[in-house]
Design a binder for this molecule. Structure first.
Ligand code: HEC
Length: 119
């Protein structure tokens, strides 16, 4: 009986380990692949950009309370800095964090849109 339980513990342990490994690989894939974002979600994200982000950055991203987010304004700014700013916000400034509402893949896609120009 004791032996049966030991074997079972090993099986459960291995199962959990495999599940964790699988989850890590799957999650990493999810993060990198912004191609996975569905077209209806893209429409929502574009609306968010124009309305929510636009309320501070200007409806045409020319700037307002927040700086301009046009291709011209962003061309020398790194993707990692832009993505981090959107995900974590800028503490001490009005720029809020969006990591509760947006995934990394979605933020990455938004940065693609900003580099290319929203309009
Ligand atoms: C409540 C106002 C507000 C909202 C809403 C807002 N921002 Fe900002 N954002 C700011 C401000 C202010 C800054 C400048 C912060 C500073 O002083 O460093 C900023 C900075 C940024 C920057 C860095 C720009 C740079 O040149 O360094 C990016 C990128 C950005 N915001 C994207 C977004 C996106 C995308 C959204 C919507 C998902 C958004 N912001 C919503 C106010 C806002």
């Amino acid at each position: 009986m004791a032996r049966y339980n030991d074997n079972n513990t090993v099986r459960v342990f291995l199962f959990v380990l495999l599940a964790m490994l699988f989850n890590t690989v799957y999650a990493a894939d999810e993060i990198l692949n912004s191609e996975n974002i569905s077209s209806p979600r893209r429409v929502e994200l574009r609306n968010l950009l124009l309305q929510d982000c636009g309320s501070c950055h200007g409806m045409t991203m020319q700037g307002g309370l927040g700086p301009a987010l046009t291709p011209e304004a962003l061309k020398n700014k790194s993707r990692i800095m832009l993505e981090t700013t959107i995900l974590s916000g800028r503490p001490g400034t009005p720029m809020p964090p969006w990591d509760k509402l947006l995934t990394r893949a979605e933020v990455s896609w938004l940065v693609d849109v900003l580099y290319a120009g929203v309009n």
